[in-house]
Design a protein around this ligand. Structure first.
Ligand code: BGC
Length: 710
């Protein structure tokens, strides 16, 4: 790809400064079609005569450092007789601070661009403009840009052009655009502008979001706009940024004379509040709006209930996904992480695939997972690999098996399994080679039941046994390899034997389940032999804890399932509807507008549980939505007929709510399931686009597509 173009860069290595590259174009006649193909090591922002090319934010996106996506823009209407193509470049994800752990391997690689402009004239002639030594470059008005630290823009900066450096970097790293574009999605106007007790001027957008903002103002040359962002206020109502850790997330803009507007081009922020540090004159709501940015995904899932708190939770889950699906599934969008933590993605993937159409999004991310996976089978804890660790933890590495399988279930396309099967098997090899025991996964490092509330003092890891959790995930991933292999016609006999042996060995070795998470995993993954007893134990532990959970990242996604599958539907509802800490609705009652990383991100005294691991936009616990879709409203895919080719709808209502409904716009049409408490019984309204099995109160109804009332 782009075989005739060269990778070009600024002659000296610039870290967080943004060079700009330019090339004059003289059109030779009437343009029939003009196409710009472009990619970068870093993030680029291209213009023709000052007008932006395309609407892909932070192009070319965040991929494994071993590949760069090429975008293709139709620029026919932008080519004039004589015009100027300009491309500004930041270090972005490729060389920015986010990548510092692996940057040492890339210290000699310059942030670069590569492009080709192809013009076809009406008379049939063609003209090509390639990036090469004829381009010029300068430092630009963007005097600082970094994903973590924000952006500085100085209108007074004067560009001074020099020759570019031509780099001999390979072309085979270039690939076609695979994921959806990252785009501006919506604008939010200030909800209120107020002074904090400390006297700081703060704008509240009333929604924690990911993106940036646009400023519009009249000013004099040299005046400055300086803004900082925050997700929450502290208990005294003051602006709080400590949870951003080292991410500066700042914006400094030096004005020109007159009316002007600007929005950052090379960064994004996670925020609800903006502190106005400097502004020419008094800021009004007309001077600023927030712009929500994420991957361009079609919304497909909707939940609704008779409980306003629950509805707010549903909204927070959607906002958690919007805020964290910016080209890759990030853990959080604000502090100095914003990485594709595999565990978080795995935990949330089912919910994600119901809420939005994420097939292409995960296809891209899983391609990066395979690229960054080593021959040993090691799956990095974050994909793209910017973390630089060398061990895969259970529940994190398993993203390699769980995510492709979920894509297959939700969208019904075998291709994803064909593409990922090698990676799935390789991951099992990694476990087998690293474990101390043959049929268990023992003696290795793990994140465990991350942030479980039964963690020992000073630890982020819940009290559940690493060896047990790891072995259970080993069994689960093996079962998924078997299923995937069968779908795509591979021989899976050796994995079937492996699975049997793992389950046998786990049952022999781990006789007792001591924590909520251990019980949940033993039940949900079919390890527990005496399900009734284990379920009772789990229920007792929950009740003894005041009908509250203690689970962390690995227990939480399955706890309601483990209960409802074993006769404790009402207890599952009690947990879902629990309002006091720790619970899903606790954060809602505390004013959350997204999902928190920690059950008590803000405790009931209004204090923060910690400075360094306290994101207020961490989607993982939003995975509870899959229980609402799949159990409470009962919409289920059928493994043998995936992609909603057939559907089983088996709602499990509770009189604790008057109404609950779910709707998913599947590839086959809309499926919806709603129930209403009427007097002492329930009325069900179900619509299905395909042949379905509806199960109401244990009675099975085989139906064709259509709408039904029970
Ligand atoms: C991230 C998590 C992640 C974890 C690994 C954290 O810093 O924010 O969401 O999964 O590290 O344990």
């Amino acid at each position: 790809m782009l075989n005739n173009s060269k990778w070009i860069s600024y002659p000296e290595m610039q870290l967080n400064r943004c060079p700009v590259f330019k090339k004059s174009i003289n059109a030779k006649g009437q343009v029939k079609k003009a196409t710009l193909k472009i990619s970068a090591l870093g993030c680029y922002y291209a213009t023709i005569d000052g007008e932006r090319v395309g609407d892909f934010i932070l192009a070319p996106g965040f991929t494994s450092r071993y590949r760069s996506q090429v975008q293709e823009y139709d620029v026919t209407d932008m080519i004039k007789e004589s015009c100027e193509l300009k491309v500004s470049l930041s270090q972005g994800w490729f060389k920015g601070r986010i990548n510092w752990r692996v940057n040492k391997d890339m210290k000699d690689i310059y942030p670069s661009i590569i492009a080709e402009l192809a013009i076809i004239y009406k008379n049939g002639e063609k003209q090509f403009v390639y990036t090469d030594q004829s381009w010029e470059c300068s430092l630009s008005a963007i005097t600082m840009a970094d994903i973590y630290d924000g952006e500085h823009y100085d209108c007074g900066f004067e560009e001074s052009y020099t020759q570019v450096r031509v780099n001999d970097y390979p072309h085979d790293r270039l690939c076609a655009q695979q994921g959806p574009y990252i785009k501006e999605q919506e604008r939010i106007i200030p909800h209120r502008i107020f002074k904090t007790p400390k006297g700081e001027l703060v704008i509240d957008f009333n929604q924690n979001l990911t993106g940036y903002f646009e400023i519009k103002l009249n000013a004099k040359k040299g005046q400055r706009v300086s803004l900082s962002v925050a997700e929450v206020l502290d208990k005294d109502g003051n602006f709080y940024t400590e949870n951003y850790r080292s991410a500066k997330s700042e914006f400094i803009y030096t004005c020109q004379d007159g009316y002007q507007s600007y929005k950052p081009r090379h960064t994004f922020y996670g925020f609800r509040y903006i502190r106005v540090n400097e502004f020419p004159g008094e800021i009004s709501p007309d001077n600023i709006c927030a712009i929500v940015v994420h991957s361009d995904l079609v919304r497909t899932g909707y939940l609704n209930s008779s409980s306003p708190l629950l509805n707010k939770l549903f909204s927070n889950i959607i906002w958690g996904q919007k805020g964290n699906f910016l080209d890759i599934p990030t853990d959080c969008p604000q502090r100095d992480e914003r990485m594709g933590w595999t565990g978080d993605a795995q935990v949330f993937v089912k919910t994600a695939s119901y809420n939005f159409d994420v097939e292409k999004f995960f296809e891209k991310w899983l391609t990066d997972l395979s690229i960054d996976q080593l021959d040993s089978g090691y799956v990095p804890s974050v994909v793209p690999q910017v973390w630089g660790d060398d061990w895969s933890g259970c529940g994190w590495g398993d993203a390699s098996t769980i995510c492709p399988w979920q894509m297959y279930l939700t969208y019904g396309n075998k291709q994803i399994l064909k593409k990922q099967f090698k990676s799935m098997c390789l991951y099992l090899k990694y476990i087998a080679t690293n474990s101390k025991d043959k049929y268990l996964w023992t003696g290795c490092e793990h994140f465990g039941d991350w942030l479980g509330l039964d963690s020992p003092a000073g630890s982020y890891k819940g009290a559940s046994s690493d060896d047990f959790i790891a072995s259970v995930f080993y069994a689960y991933s093996t079962s998924l390899v078997i299923k995937a292999g069968r779908v795509i016609g591979k021989s899976v006999a050796k994995y079937e034997r492996l699975y049997e042996n793992i389950v046998k060995k786990i049952r022999k070795t781990f006789k007792e389940y001591k924590t909520q998470t251990e019980c949940v995993l033993a039940l949900y993954f079919g390890i527990a032999e005496n399900k009734e007893e284990v379920a009772r134990k789990l229920a007792d532990m929950i009740l003894a804890n005041g009908t509250r959970i203690k689970t962390g990242f690995l227990g939480t996604p399955y706890i309601l399932h483990a209960l409802s599958q074993n006769g404790y539907v009402e207890l599952a509802y009690d947990l879902l509807l629990q309002e006091s800490y720790p619970s899903w609705l606790y954060s809602v009652k505390q004013g959350a507008t997204t999902i928190w990383e920690h059950w008590d991100g803000i405790n009931d005294k209004g204090e923060f549980w910690s400075k360094d691991m306290n994101s207020f936009n961490h989607y993982a616990y939003g995975s509870v939505a899959d229980w609402v879709y799949g159990v409470a409203c009962g919409i289920n895919t059928v493994e043998e007929k995936p992609g909603f080719e057939e559907i089983v709808i088996a709602p499990k209502p509770s009189k604790k709510l008057n109404h609950l409904s779910a709707k998913i716009e599947t590839r086959r049409g809309t499926v919806s399931s709603a129930w209403y408490l009427e007097g002492d019984s329930f009325r069900y309204e179900i619509t299905t686009p395909v042949k379905s099995t509806i199960i109401i109160d244990g009675v099975v109804h085989q139906v064709d597509k259509g709408s039904y009332v029970f």
